[in-house]
Every structure is written in C-alpha cells, then in structure tokens.
Design a protein around this ligand. Structure first.
Ligand code: HEM
Ligand SMILES: *[C@@H]1O[C@H](CO)[C@@H](O)[C@H](O)[C@H]1NC(C)=O
Ligand SMILES: *[C@@H]1O[C@H](CO)[C@@H](O)[C@H](O)[C@H]1NC(C)=O
Ligand SMILES: *[C@@H]1O[C@H](CO)[C@@H](O)[C@H](O)[C@H]1NC(C)=O
Ligand SMILES: *[C@@H]1O[C@H](CO)[C@@H](O)[C@H](O)[C@H]1NC(C)=O
Ligand SMILES: *[C@@H]1O[C@H](CO)[C@@H](O)[C@H](O)[C@H]1NC(C)=O
Length: 496
C-alpha cells in the first residue's frame, strides 16, 4: 500500500471511529437506562421472549417501539410535543434518524452495554400523520378526531387545558428517556439541530422518577406501576398478573379485531394526559376526613392513611387492601410475587355487596375490576407507562395545604383500541357512578380520577353507605391521542 493511501485510509479510520471510540470508552453503559423500582417485576430477557412467543404472534422485538412494553420503568423522561412545518425536511431527517435512534423493545431488553445513552420513541397524532401525507384510516375514531374533541366526553374542563393541546396543532411527540438528564437533553438538542425550521417544539414536559425512597411512587405517595398486563409470549406472568392477547396492545396482532392498514402492524395507540396533582390539598382533605377502624384506636394520621388507601385500593407501599385491609404491609407491597395476587373474591363474601376490604369505587378496582374479568373479558386492559413530573412538595406547600408548583403525572397508556382501553377505564368506569353492578346510589365515582359529580361511597369501611363529596385532586391539563408505529412503518410509511 502506498504511503499516501495508507494515510488516507488511516485518516478515514480515525475520522469514522473516533466518535465511536469516545462513545464506547468514555460513555459505555454499565447500568440500564431503565430504572428498577420496588414492587415491579423484572422485564424478560430477549432469550426469554424468544422462547415464550411463538407462531403467528412471534414478536419482532427489533421492530416494536420499546416504550410500549416496558411500563413504568423510566428514570428521566422528556416529552417533546411538536408541530411539523416542513414535511419534506421532516421526512428526510426521519428516514436516517429512525433506523439509527428509534429504540426498539429488543434494545431495551438487552444488556446495558448494548443500550444507547438515551432511548427515543416517536408517535404521531392524526393531524401529524395527515401533515406527512399518511392518510390511511387507522380504524380508531377517537384517534382520528383527536383528544380535544373528546375533552367534554371525558369530563375535562377545557379551561384547565394547556393551550398546546386545545386543538389539533400537536403533530407528534418524541419520548426521550435515560438515567441521566444530560443524556436526555443531548438527544433533544441533536433533534433540534437536525430538524431546524422543519418543526416547532410546542411543549416539553420533563418528568422523572421521584427521588430516594419515593422512587416508583406517584406524587400522592402511592407506589405505582405495579399492576400492568403483559401480553402472551412476553416472558412469564407474575402471580395475579393479567395476560392479554398481543392484539389488545399491538395493532394487527391476535385479539385486535379492527381492520387496519398493513403498516399499522405492531404499532400501538399512545394516550397522553398531563394530569396535575394537588398533593397538599389531598393530604389536608384526607386528614380532615380521617376514618376509624373497628377498634377506634387510630391516630388522625393513621385514619387519613386508611382513607387514602381505600381511595386507591392500595396502601402507599403498594400493598393491596384486598389482602391487607387494616394496616399497610410494605413487604407485601414490594413483593411482585404477591402484590397482584388478588381478585376481590373471598370465601363467604358476596362480591356484589362486600366492601369491607376494598370499596367498589377504589381507583384500582374501578379501572381493573378483577372480579368481573370472566364477564368483561380482557379487552379493556392497557399498558401504563407514565412518569411523574414536577418537583417535590415544599415545606410551605405542606404547611399551607395549597399547591404552588405544578406537579403531577405525565400519564401514558398504550393499547390497540382507545375506546376499549383508556376510554373505557376513564369514561365508562371511573366517571360512572353506577359502575359496577348498576348501583348509582351506593358506588359513585373513582375518587382519584373520576370526573363529573364526584360523589362516592364505600370509603369508610365502618359505614360503606356514607357518601363523600371528594374534591378533584387530579386536574386534567389535556393531552392528545397518538399512534406509535413500528420502526419499519416510521421509515417506510411516515418518512416515505
Ligand atoms: C394523576 C392521576 C393518577 C394517579 C395518581 C394514579 C395512581 C395509581 C396508583 C397509585 C395505582 C396503583 C399501582 C398499580 O396498581 O400499578 C394505579 C393503578 C392503576 N391506574 Fe392509575 N393513577 C392515575 C391516573 C389514571 C388514569 C387516568 C387511568 C386510566 C383512565 C388509570 C388507570 C389505572 C389502572 C388501569 C391501574 C391498575 C389497576 C389494576 O390493575 O389493579 N390511572 N394508579
Ligand atoms: C422545505 O425545506 C426544503 C429544504 O430546505 C425547501 O426546499 C422547501 O422549500 C421547504 N418547503 C416549504 C413548504 O417550506
Ligand atoms: C442518533 O442520535 C445521536 C444522539 O443524538 C446523534 O448523534 C446521531 O446523529 C443520530 N443518528 C442519526 C443517523 O440521525
Ligand atoms: C394466529 O393464529 C390463530 C390460531 O390459528 C388465530 O386465531 C389468530 O387470528 C391468528 N392471528 C393473526 C394475527 O393472524
Ligand atoms: C379469584 O382467584 C381465585 C384464586 O386464584 C380463583 O380461584 C377464582 O376463580 C378467581 N375469581 C375470579 C372471579 O376471577
Ligand atoms: C351511615 O351513613 C349513612 C349515610 O351518611 C347514615 O344515614 C347512617 O346513619 C350511618 N350509619 C351509622 C351506623 O353511622
């Protein structure tokens, strides 16, 4: 080899490999970009999925956007809502960006050393799909009309909506997640540099697992992300965990009964809601309305904690009140082998009238009536994947009982059918005083998320007919309905 060629080849080698070198040596991951939180089971490995998924529903792990199947395991997550100004340029960037950087479930299940610094997922609203010339009917009328059109049916007061969401201007959202905020910001800056004037970022929501011992808990203090369904073939279910056909979550798979374009296969509808939480107000109200146990020996704070547990159906530790109705049991709450192994049925107890352990209106019983699964079926499950946003409570807020900083839940839920999943849970169940059993006068709304006349019953185990008019501690700031396509659909359909 001539010296000139050798030098040229060496220069090329250095030019090409230096960033990779720097990346791997200085920045190689030794820990996963996802978090590991109390009470949640571990994700399966790629090998486990390969040995459990089979036949026509063998999951193409490298083609499914990762967030759809990981649940609430995000440490730092940024939601970047955007509007497309120049479809041609947007498509051009997406065509090379998506294969390199849109993170599959395969990547998220792989060893940390094989993971990027941050994961990136991308979903489009109907108006975004239309802006990119993707006009096939995805077969979901809620998606095609957008969430703003659905606001009043959901019971939202649109005067509380963030103006970003009032209309159909949000075309899509990038979800960027990592263990470190600096990596998330680096990826967002890179997208801004690549897309330039081709887009406008309309809103960024930075969310993160809460610090220290509160990691995995939402802002009211309750451990979250414990109960998510899994899909057939995605590893082994935990005791009591619901296993649903892949098509309940992934479009085009067994269990999805709607006809959709072929490119929709392995995509999922992403429901996003910015849900503001009034934490000091919740604390103040539960204390003011503290209840008693049968022995009458609870302190006011213990009575407030008991009331809170009956609103959620779980104690703050995650322990289900159906299994531990009188006291919190942290070892139960954090044990994934036990914390879902219940279904509200007990020997000698009538599920249509017995609320001694768990009210019918409790948040987790309204949104997943486990005792009625044999009647209702599995179609209303969805995978929750949100992350808390906003700072911890300040001393001032605690002492005044008044929220002065915006905090809440960046709520995300994935399903193949918005009407069956999110909308059934919110509108048909949580907002419906008569659900279940048709007893309007004795069940009431989900005291956490129900919208409408927020009268509810069953919160006081000593007198389940006592009615409560519960203030709204969760305020919807709006959101949008998105579709999170497979990675090949991003490249071949959205970037085409
Ligand atoms: C800020 C608002 C919300 C808070 C603070 C909240 C909190 C919680 C908590 C603490 C749990 C128990 C942990 C678990 O079982 O994984 C839970 C479970 C659940 N939530 Fe929410 N949630 C909120 C909004 C929603 C919304 C809007 C929906 C759907 C419309 C929803 C649907 C569910 C479902 C399906 C479960 C699991 C029930 C089960 O399988 O037993 N949540 N939530
Ligand atoms: C979109 O960007 C391309 C490349 O910069 C440019 O040629 C084109 O005129 C732009 N289109 C519109 C509608 O602005
Ligand atoms: C993938 O993302 C990284 C980090 O933001 C960026 O440096 C790189 O250019 C992206 N790759 C492509 C092909 O767009
Ligand atoms: C897969 O095969 C089963 C059994 O033959 C069938 O019921 C199901 O509809 C098929 N699913 C798809 C997505 O073709
Ligand atoms: C509840 O779980 C028990 C124990 O696993 C089971 O025997 C029973 O059939 C379940 N009941 C319902 C209604 O799902
Ligand atoms: C239970 O509550 C109802 C409705 O508030 C009330 O009428 C009734 O007197 C209460 N019963 C007892 C035993 O306190």
């Amino acid at each position: 080899m001539q010296l000139k060629n050798f030098l040229a080849a060496t220069a090329a080698f250095v030019a090409v490999s230096q960033p990779a070198f720097a990346y791997h040596v200085k920045r190689a991951r030794t820990t996963s970009l996802l978090g590991s939180f109390p009470g949640q089971g571990a994700l399966p490995t790629v090998a486990q999925v390969q040995s459990t998924s089979s036949g026509n529903d063998s999951l193409p792990l490298e083609n499914i956007q990762g967030d759809i199947l990981v649940g609430m395991k995000k440490q730092k997550e940024q939601f970047v809502f955007f509007h497309i100004n120049n479809a041609t340029t947007f498509k051009k960037v997406l065509k090379t960006y998506a294969p390199a950087n849109i993170t599959s479930i395969q990547t998220l299940l792989s060893a940390p050393s094989a993971q990027p610094l941050a994961f990136v997922n991308l979903a489009f609203s109907q108006s975004g799909a239309t802006a990119l010339g993707v006009t096939d009917d995805l077969g979901d009328s809620f998606f095609s009309a957008g969430q703003f059109a659905d606001a009043s049916a959901l019971g939202d007061d649109t005067s509380n909506w963030d103006s970003t969401f009032t209309g159909t201007d949000v075309h899509g959202v990038f979800l960027i997640g990592s263990d470190e905020t600096s990596f998330v910001e680096q990826y967002q800056s890179d997208l801004e540099a690549k897309l330039g004037d081709a887009w406008t970022v309309s809103l960024t929501i930075a969310s993160a697992a809460r610090p220290g011992d509160e990691a995995g808990h939402e802002h009211f203090g309750y451990l979250d992300g414990i109960s998510n369904p899994t899909i057939t073939g995605f590893g082994t279910a935990l005791p009591g965990q619901s296993v649903v056909d892949p098509g309940i979550i992934l479009a085009g798979r067994t269990g999805d009964t709607v006809s959709r374009p072929s490119w929709a296969l392995d995509g999922s509808f992403l429901v996003f809601r910015k849900l503001k939480q009034l934490v000091p107000e919740f604390n103040k109200w539960t204390l003011a309305n503290a209840i008693q146990n049968a022995s009458g020996n609870l302190t006011a704070q213990e009575g407030a904690d008991l009331l809170g547990s009956r609103m959620f159906g779980r104690w703050k530790s995650g322990a289900p009140i159906d299994l531990s109705p009188d006291v919190d049991d942290a070892s139960l709450g954090t044990d994934p082998q036990r914390n879902n192994n219940f279904n509200y049925t007990h020997a000698g107890s009538d599920i249509t009238s017995d609320e001694s352990r768990c009210p019918f209106s409790a948040h987790i019983r309204k949104t997943n009536p486990r005792d009625l699964e044999s009647v209702i079926g599995h179609a209303n499950h969805a995978i929750r994947a949100g992350t808390p946003y906003g700072p911890e409570l300040t001393d001032d807020e605690s002492s005044s009982g008044t929220t002065s900083t915006d905090r809440g839940l960046a709520f995300v839920e994935y399903q193949s059918n918005i009407g069956n999943g999110f909308r059934t849970q919110q509108e048909v169940w949580a907002n419906a005083a008569a659900f279940p059993f048709g007893k309007t006068e004795s069940i009431g709304l989900d005291p956490v998320i129900g919208q409408g006349d927020r009268t509810t019953y069953g919160l006081n185990a000593q007198n389940v007919t006592e009615s409560y008019s519960v203030p709204s501690f969760v305020i919807s700031n709006g959101g949008e309905y998105f579709f999170s396509p497979s990675i090949t659909a991003l490249v071949e359909t959205f970037a085409a």
